[in-house]
Ligand binder design. Structure first.
Ligand code: UD1
Length: 356
């Protein structure tokens, strides 16, 4: 079997790692196409190195732009790449502009399309990620769902027959990395003690692009009663500079993006996590660090139901939420046992279509 993966943004490199390893272990051919949506070394290259992902076979180098310009620039190049490599499956990941571009190119050229992390829904139609995931699921021949909740969303949209629950591949890489860094103190470039800091990331457009909302979030973090290590995504840095919002005020200790093993160590040793990232909410749960999510909804509802994540609907309550009593311990494994990538590759291999 020949699989062509289309990736481009940081969380997709994390998901690609266990898939690349499982494809190799099962003796399949794998072509990696990097769209170039994320291009800073700390957002891209370090993930390939640390997670031992083979270098991309093709790099489209699209860079930044409006949604239309960025997605269109990927599409303009992808048709030729797909035709050159002629894969048995085009595999797209998650919910970014790279996902929808890979999906559109594959269906138009009649290449079988599989969507990894299918069925996640926020039901917030203002999120670019929500457009990308809904459209990609409906274009896909195979929806690889991470959880039963994701499957139920796909079923209610009429996609049950194309859906297989294969588990969450981010759990595979999170648990394996946690095992590697266990026992090592956090290696953060600011002086904080294990258990004595809040770890934070903020990057979503709905939080960064409205100056008043961004100022309120940054102010809320700065007012927390312990150091807040803010690993700053380029979008946050750019928007804060544009709106003259100080990322070094109060409790804030702003640092550059961490590499993946550093991030896992930083989450594991944090007193709490405050984020708008989907992946981080789940990683905090897996490492049993209480999380507060700066959004009005989440796709990872299991983290809320199990008590390890709460939504900060009112930013004035951030401090109270971060200081809430510890959640009840749990042995629940809603995201699988760390072997989702193997199941994913087996599912793909069992469904390779013979082509004319
Ligand atoms: C994208 C995804 C989002 C995902 C996130 C992970 C879309 C619509 N959104 O959001 O689903 O959660 O990635 O990080 O695809 N920039 C740099 N260097 C980089 C990358 C980006 O400076 O390496 C800057 C650029 O100014 C760019 C801005 O960050 O305009 C935003 O990047 P973009 O790719 O548009 O979306 P993200 O906010 O990263």
């Amino acid at each position: 079997m020949k699989v062509l993966s289309v990736v481009g943004a940081r969380p997709q490199f994390v998901k690609l790692a266990p898939i690349a390893h499982a494809l190799r272990a099962q003796g399949h051919e794998h072509v990696i196409v990097h769209t170039g949506q994320h291009y800073d070394a700390k957002m891209s290259d370090v993930f390939f190195q640390d997670l031992r992902i083979p270098a991309p076979d093709v790099h489209l180098g699209v860079g930044s732009g409006s949604h239309g310009v960025q997605t269109g620039s990927m599409l303009a190049q992808l048709d030729a790449v797909l035709e050159e490599h002629d894969p048995d499956w085009v595999l797209v990941y998650g919910d970014t502009n790279s996902t929808i571009a890979g999906a559109l190119s594959a269906v138009k050229l009649h290449y079988p399309l599989a969507h990894l992390e299918a069925g996640l829904r926020s039901f917030n139609r203002r999120m670019p990620e929500e457009h990308n995931r809904v459209l990609t699921d409906h274009a896909a021949d195979l929806c690889l769902a991470p959880t039963d909740v994701a499957r139920s969303h796909l079923e209610s949209e009429g996609l049950a027959e194309r859906t297989v629950v294969t588990g969450d591949v981010m759990t595979d890489v999170c648990l394996a990395t946690a095992e590697r860094v266990r026992g090592t103190p956090p290696t953060l470039p600011v002086g904080v003690e294990a258990g004595g800091y809040v770890l934070s990331t903020i990057h979503r457009a709905e939080n960064t692009d409205d100056p008043a909302r961004l100022a309120a979030i940054v102010g809320g973090l700065a007012g927390l009663p312990c150091p807040v290590v803010l690993t700053a995504h380029p979008r946050l840095v750019a928007k804060a500079a544009e709106h003259r919002i100080d990322l070094s005020q109060g409790a804030l200790r702003t640092i550059e993006p961490l590499n993946y093993p550093e991030m896992i160590g930083a989450i594991a040793h944090a007193r709490a996590v405050v984020t708008d990232s989907g992946g981080l909410q789940k990683e905090a749960f897996l490492l049993r660090t209480p999380c507060t999510t700066v959004r009005t909804e989440t796709e990872w509802t299991e983290t809320i139901e199990l008590g390890w994540n709460v939504l900060a609907l009112d930013l004035d309550e951030l401090s109270t939420l971060v200081d809430r009593p510890a959640p009840a311990p749990t042995e629940a494994t809603p995201y699988g046992d760390g072997h989702a990538a193997t199941a994913t590759v087996e599912t793909l291999a069992a469904r390779v279509r013979s082509r004319p």
